[in-house]
Ligand binder design. Structure first.
Ligand code: ASP
Length: 438
């Protein structure tokens, strides 16, 4: 059995956290390949090493003196090394990074050094081989991941080692410069490594007990989801629920490797399993999770006999396409068509959009209403359960909230509900309590 284990920044924030990580890795022989993030915050008002590195880069690029901020960074690593009692001297590494920064090495290079140094420390503490991500993760000229070359080279290299530490977050461009993924990208590295070594499991260790059924800022103490499919996760992540980087599921999904979200601070918890297919309807609840977002607007277009007019919808969508606006939903009636879009996306183009739509379809009326929140109720169990819609809408009605739009795809994996932003919390709590109990 081979497990790939990735640890996030809060799991490696200081020596105490490093110790927990080492204990977790050493508790199971199967935990063979380790992906560390850069040290994160030690307390809510602390600064992540990655953010310090970005700042350092900015100062260096303006020709300012970076000594102070740079020594804050080196202090963080040195105190971890000292407290762990690891036999490692990073002075030469620090010197070469400092020089590169002064000589204006790129922004991504600067940011990547956080995970690079974390990897050095962890490899020394564990006695594992250190593999530089720049030797095994390749980007294309356009900045996208060259996933096939990466997979080929990485699996060849890692075959040689029973254990290794591979720093997260970065790889190399064809012109030999370092490039990072977007923020939180060590999750992607872990997923790439899991695919390359054909792991049985990708453990993603963080500081929560797993994926929660709802946002804890909206619902008090929501339950942890024990099992979720990749598709359900996509639906919930798209609507704002985050634990894992959005792109991290693709490499493992391709290879059918499950992801287990675990808590470094409570390793006894089983966490959340993210799987390709759950074996039938195995869930104790019909609903897997609820997520939602504020900040939507509805463009409503009315025209008598709209449905008899060929190409009406296409012309509406063409206007939005030309303005580079993607639409979220298209709830429509016989003589009305509504398009749900992000308020931010249309912010600077409202007048123009109305003008262009008016010219394109000659509507009787057209308006834009803001202040809409969307709620996604997601659950693979919905397909087999009768009366789900009635329960959801009934609970929202009981909470005295008006629903302004409903959208259910034919996959029956989710139901999207639009409510006024002021009613968002009430509606989410009503649905949650209906299924989990107040
Ligand atoms: N250290 C990087 C960040 O703060 C990447 C990561 O932690 O995954 O975004």
């Amino acid at each position: 059995m081979v497990k790939v284990v990735k640890f996030g920044g809060s799991s490696l924030a200081d020596a105490k956290q490093f110790r927990k990580v080492i204990r977790i890795i050493e508790a199971e022989n199967d935990r063979k390949y380790v992906i560390p993030s850069a040290p994160g915050k030690r307390s809510p008002d602390d600064i992540k090493v990655t953010d310090m590195l970005y700042k350092c880069y900015e100062q260096a690029s303006k020709g300012e003196n970076i000594s102070e901020i740079f020594s804050q960074i080196t202090d963080r690593y040195n105190s971890i090394i000292k407290e762990l009692g690891v036999d490692l001297d990073l002075s030469d590494e620090f010197e070469s990074i400092r020089n590169s920064m002064i000589h204006k090495a790129g922004r991504d290079y600067a940011a990547s050094r956080g995970e690079y140094l974390s990897g050095k420390v962890l490899a020394a503490a564990l006695g594992y081989k250190f593999i530089d991500a720049a030797d095994v993760i390749f980007f294309n000229d356009d900045g996208t991941l060259d996933s096939e070359k990466t997979n080929e080279v990485m699996s060849e290299v890692l075959k040689e080692y029973e254990n290794a530490v591979i720093p997260g977050f970065y790889g190399i461009m064809p012109n030999d410069t370092i490039k990072t993924f977007s923020r939180g990208g060590s999750d992607i590295t872990g997923s790439i490594v899991a695919r390359a070594v054909e792991a049985d499991l990708y453990e993603n260790w963080t500081d929560v007990n797993g994926f929660l059924m709802a946002d804890p800022r909206v619902v008090k103490n929501p339950c942890t989801i024990s099992k979720i499919t990749y598709r359900e996760l996509r639906e919930l992540s798209y609507m704002g629920a985050t634990v894992l980087h959005e792109e991290a599921i693709f490499p493992v999904r391709k290879a059918g490797i499950p992801i287990n979200i675990r808590n470094t601070n409570s390793p006894e918890q089983a966490g959340t399993m993210i799987v390709a297919k759950s074996d039938g309807y195995d869930h104790q609840r019909v609903i897997t999770g609820i997520a939602g977002k504020h900040g939507f607007s509805v463009i409503s277009i009315e025209k008598d006999m709209m449905n008899a007019e060929f190409g009406f919808g296409r012309r509406v969508l063409e206007v939005l396409e030309n303005e580079k606006i993607s639409f979220e939903h298209l709830p429509s009636g016989i003589d009305t068509m509504c398009v749900v879009v992000s308020t931010e996306a249309i912010a600077k183009k409202r007048e123009r959009i109305i003008e262009k739509l008016t010219a394109a379809v000659l509507p009787d009326t057209i308006s834009i209403d803001d202040g809409i929140a969307l709620i996604a109720v997601v659950g693979r169990g919905m397909k087999n359960a009768k009366g789900t819609a009635a329960r959801i809408f009934g609970s929202i009605a009981k909470a005295d909230v008006n629903i302004s739009m409903i959208d259910q795809g034919s996959s029956e994996l989710n139901i999207i509900i639009a409510v006024g932003e002021n009613d968002f919390e009430k509606a989410v709590n009503a649905i949650y309590n209906e299924y989990v109990g107040a």
